[in-house]
Design a protein around this ligand. Structure first.
Ligand SMILES: Cc1cc2nc3c(=O)[nH]c(=O)nc-3n(C[C@H](O)[C@H](O)[C@H](O)COP(=O)(O)OP(=O)(O)OC[C@H]3O[C@@H](n4cnc5c(N)ncnc54)[C@H](O)[C@@H]3O)c2cc1C
Length: 468
């Protein structure tokens, strides 16, 4: 049975319309859009609605209880093909007081694309054009993509033009708009930071103000649209920075002891060219990683996307620390496979292997210097490590007991000087005041992605790490 989460955003203006009215008006919208955009752009097929109304929040046992697939369903699925069509859909939805929840590839982890109030599910994947700009004399460059372009396609277009995009997540099949609106860190983060650290240079946005227009923002004016889950407007096109393409190599190493692994992991920040990614796992997590060859699950695994000229030095450091170089794969596709075992993917692989678990996103030097203090926070803790510019990140993987147990860990991370962010809640947790202020103009009826932008979320939404 569907439950309804009261849309606190609705309190900005009018209260959210009754559910029955939403369902009826969705059918009106479906008919009008089928006539304007063509029947293929609209669907009320229950199977498609079921699939599109949930995301990868199934990775969280907390969210599996709160937002299981099927509990909240959109009434109509709309698939516009251009920015102008997105603007038109919003104009009609505004007239009919219909909630609109944007969706890219649905790989978000937090339930942040769940259509709590029904209405329109806006599938943006048909906005998939990619145009790579010519580089400037200093080597800098940009690329412009439709918000629904998948990062696999965006990266392929960039590489074909001799460019690297700055960052992409471990779910490379996600859309660039979804990554900018809902993701944060990934491959490239060590050198280039997160999605809000200067990567994005322009966003074109459809506001939910009845105007049917598109607006383009650059510089500081983009802030309300980055990592705010579409509550301030729908991204239709984005421009991001590129670097000259580098020769990336996938390096696999293994270590008998955590301390040896750490010695190399922390030394990577001194390499002459920073690695694109540096993931590491304790043995119990190694067992379920889908590497291109069997990994030794009795040893700690380090996997680095290193620039070719640094590989010799990296391998020497591995050996000097008592580790073993397991493989050096020079094919770019091999670096993609390595990337798909990064960030929270190892958590998913462990769950898929039959081990129920949850994870907490954390960061700080204690991961390297005092791992036992980190391990003491949750029972049965396993550590998956990543690297940022100054410190490591860790997906702290624990045995799940209850939401209370998960949340009780948050202040304990504070106590050992670690940053933390809980992936077990769906609320906009960055730029919250800015988003609320912007939405008063861009979404005066409070119809965009209801239930995500809340003044006082009922759960802990602290973000004290620089990623996610
Ligand atoms: C196994 C796994 C690993 C992951 N690893 C990473 C990682 O390494 N780094 C990382 O940052 N994230 C990671 N994520 C989370 C997720 O992949 C990212 O948030 C992702 O980039 C979202 O892209 P998407 O296209 O799937 O967006 P969706 O999940 O469809 O949407 C994400 C959010 O953005 C909104 N949205 C989507 N498109 C638009 C748009 N055009 N305009 C406005 N709002 C929009 C949605 O409503 C939702 O709130 C991972 C997820 C999984 C399941």
């Amino acid at each position: 049975m569907k439950q309804r989460i009261p849309s606190v955003r609705g309190m900005l203006a009018a209260p959210a319309p009754a559910r029955a009215t939403t369902a009826a008006n969705s059918l009106v919208l479906a008919e009008r859009l089928a006539a304007e955009l063509g029947p293929r752009a609209v669907s009320t097929d229950p199977r498609k609605l079921l699939k599109a109304s949930s995301d990868w929040s199934r990775m969280s046992p907390v969210l599996m209880e709160k937002v299981p697939p099927g509990r909240y369903l959109a009434d109509v699925l709309v698939r516009p093909a251009t920015g102008e069509q997105v603007a038109r859909v919003l104009q009609l939805a505004y007239e009919l007081d219909l909630p609109v929840t944007p969706r890219g590839a649905g790989t978000g982890n937090y339930g942040q694309a769940t259509p709590f109030d029904g209405g329109v599910l806006l599938d943006l994947r048909a906005l998939d054009a990619v145009e790579v700009g010519a580089p400037a004399a200093d080597g800098s460059g940009t690329l412009t993509a439709g918000a629904g372009a998948r990062l696999t396609a965006v990266d392929a277009a960039a590489r074909a033009a001799g460019r690297d995009i700055w960052i992409f997540p471990s779910t490379k099949g996600s859309t660039i708009g979804g990554f900018i609106a809902g993701g944060s860190a990934g491959t490239g983060t060590i050198e280039r930071g997160t999605t809000t650290d200067g990567w994005v240079t322009a966003v074109t946005v459809a506001p939910m103000d009845g105007s049917g227009r598109l607006t383009t923002h650059t510089g500081e004016a983009m802030a309300p649209y980055l990592h705010t889950y579409g509550v301030t407007g729908i991204l239709t096109e984005v421009t991001v920075r590129t670097d000259p393409a580098r020769d990336w190599v996938a390096v696999y190493a293994s270590f008998a002891a955590y301390a040896d692994l750490v010695a190399v992991h922390r030394s990577l920040l001194d390499l002459p060219v920073l690695p694109r990614l540096a993931s590491a796992d304790e043995p119990a997590l190694v067992a379920s990683l889908p590497a291109p060859f069997p990994l030794d699950a009795t040893r700690h695994s380090l996997r680095v996307i290193a620039e070719a000229s640094t590989v010799e030095e990296l391998c020497a450091r591995v050996v000097a620390a008592g580790g073993a170089v397991v493989a050096v794969l020079e094919d770019y596709a091999a670096t993609d496979l390595l990337s798909s075992m990064s960030y929270n993917h190892p958590v998913y692989f462990r769950q898929r292997a039959g081990h129920p678990c949850f994870h907490m996103e954390t960061g700080g030097l204690a991961i390297w210097d005092d791992p036992d203090a980190v391990r003491a926070i949750y029972p049965g803790t396993l550590l998956h490590l990543e690297l940022m510019a100054r410190a490591p990140l860790a997906m702290v993987v624990g045995e799940y007991e209850s939401e209370e147990q998960v949340l009780a860990g948050l202040p304990r991370f504070d106590a050992i000087g670690m940053g933390v962010h809980s992936p077990h809640q769906w609320y906009v947790d960055r730029s919250v005041e800015l988003a609320r202020e912007t939405a008063r103009t861009t979404d005066p009826k409070g119809l965009l992605n209801p239930g995500k932008l809340v003044a006082a979320p009922p759960v802990d939404t602290r973000v004290t790490i620089g990623a996610r």
